[in-house]
Design a protein around this ligand. Structure first.
Ligand code: GLV
Ligand code: MN
Ligand code: MN
Length: 351
C-alpha cells in the first residue's frame, strides 16, 4: 500500500486495483480514543482493514482499497467529534482555532484540509467496530450488521455564580454555580429516564476556582444527548435547556449554552448492507441487524457515499473503559465476512 497522512491527520493507505481508473472502496475507523479507554474502540477497525488487504496477498481487484485511520472521532480533546471523517466527506466547515493550532503543531498544514476530501471515484465505505454494548453477547452472536446510527447532540453548558468564602457566606446569600449544575444534572437524568430510547449524559464537569473552602463561581459541564429519532432528540435538548434556564434564574446564576454538535441519525446503505448480510451468512454466522447507539465515522462518510458497518461482539458489553475487549474468534469471523464482502463487491463491480 502507499501511505500518506492528510492535512487533517488521517493516515491513509492505498492499495491499487488492476487498473488506475477503477473506483475505490474505503475501509476505516478511528485512531484516537477517550481517557482511560480500552484497546479496541476504533483502532480494531483500522487493523481489520489492513489485515483484509494483507489477506489479498498482492492479488489486485477491480476496485482500489483505501484504508483510513481517522484522526479525531471521539471529540474529547476539542469538544467536537468526527474531525478526520468530516475532512474526507468535505464537510469539515469552520474549524475551531484550537484544532487549527493542534494541526500546525503536529507539522501539518490546515489550509490544505480541503485536499483530504474523497474524490468522486468512491464506491463506498466499510467500517468494522466493536459493538460497545451487550446485545450480541446476549444473543451469543459474534457479528452484527448495523442498519442505522442514532443522532447525537453535544453542548457545552456553563453556569456562572459568584465565588466567595465558604465559611463566612450565609447559605441564603450564595450563588453557587456547582449546586445549580448538580440540580440540573439530575434533571438531565430524569428527562432521559422519562423518554423511551433517549440517553443523556453529563460526563465532564469543571469547577472554578476549584477549592474546598471556596463556593464555586463557575461550573462548566458537557452534555451528550442521543436518540434514533432526531425530532425526539431535539425536543429533549430544548427541554434540558429550559431546565438549565429555570434553575439558573431561581438560583441567581447565569447560564450559557453552546451547541457543539447536532448530528442527524443516519441509515446505512441498503445495497452495501445486503452485501454485508450475505457475507455474514456465507461465512457461517447467524445474522443480526441492529441500530448503533454509539457514533461512528460511518455516519459522516454516509453523507458522502454508501456506507456499511459490521459490529463485533463486546465481552461484558463494556467500552470506553480499560476492560473493553474482543474475542479472537470474533475477529476471525469479521475477517471472514470481510473477505466475502470484498468478493461480492468484486462480482458486482464486474457487472
Ligand atoms: C463515540 O465513541 C461516541 O461517543 O459514540
Ligand atoms: Mn469511542
Ligand atoms: Mn469508536
Amino acid at each position: 500500500m502507499s501511505v500518506h497522512v492528510d492535512a487533517a491527520g488521517n493516515i491513509r493507505g492505498c492499495y491499487s486495483a488492476t487498473q488506475p481508473s477503477m473506483p475505490r472502496l474505503l475501509i476505516g475507523s478511528h485512531l484516537d480514543t477517550v481517557p482511560r479507554a480500552g484497546a479496541f474502540d476504533g483502532v480494531l477497525g483500522v487493523v481489520l482493514g489492513v489485515a483484509l488487504v494483507n489477506l489479498l496477498a498482492g492479488r489486485r481487484l477491480n476496485f482500489q482499497i483505501e484504508v483510513v485511520g481517522f484522526s479525531e472521532e471521539e471529540g474529547v480533546r476539542f469538544g467536537v467529534p468526527f474531525i478526520g471523517s468530516r475532512a474526507l466527506a468535505g464537510t469539515a466547515g469552520d474549524i475551531d482555532v484550537l484544532v487549527l493550532d493542534a494541526i500546525r503543531a503536529f507539522g501539518l498544514d490546515p489550509s490544505r484540509i480541503g485536499e483530504a476530501r474523497v474524490g468522486d471515484d468512491a464506491l463506498g465505505y466499510l467500517e468494522f467496530h466493536i459493538e460497545q454494548g451487550p446485545l450480541l453477547e446476549s444473543l451469543d452472536f459474534p457479528l452484527g450488521v448495523v442498519e442505522a446510527i442514532v443522532g447525537q447532540s453535544r453542548v457545552d453548558v456553563v453556569f456562572e455564580g459568584k465565588a466567595n468564602h465558604a465559611g463566612t457566606t450565609p447559605m441564603n446569600l450564595r450563588r453557587d454555580a456547582l449546586a445549580g449544575a448538580a440540580e440540573w444534572i439530575c434533571k438531565v437524568e430524569s428527562e432521559a429516564q422519562a423518554t423511551h430510547g433517549l440517553v443523556a449524559t453529563v460526563g465532564r464537569l469543571q469547577v472554578q476556582p476549584g477549592a474546598g473552602n471556596v463556593i464555586a463561581g463557575t461550573a462548566l459541564a458537557s452534555l451528550d444527548v442521543r436518540h434514533a429519532d432526531d425530532a425526539i432528540r431535539k425536543r429533549a435538548v430544548a427541554a434540558i435547556q429550559e431546565h438549565a434556564n429555570e434553575i439558573a434564574t431561581r438560583r441567581g446564576l447565569s447560564v450559557s449554552w453552546e451547541c457543539r454538535l447536532d448530528q442527524a441519525s443516519v441509515a446505512m446503505d441498503p445495497l452495501l448492507m445486503e452485501n454485508l448480510k450475505h457475507s455474514v451468512r456465507v461465512s457461517g454466522y447467524p445474522l443480526h441487524q441492529m441500530v448503533s447507539g454509539a457514533g461512528h465515522d460511518a455516519m459522516i462518510m454516509a453523507t458522502r457515499m454508501p456506507a456499511a458497518m459490521l459490529f463485533l461482539r463486546s465481552p461484558g458489553g463494556i467500552s470506553h473503559h480499560p476492560d473493553e475487549n474482543v474475542r479472537a474468534e470474533d475477529v476471525a469471523a469479521a475477517l471472514m465476512a470481510g473477505e466475502a464482502f470484498l468478493e461480492k463487491l468484486r462480482e458486482s463491480a464486474l457487472s
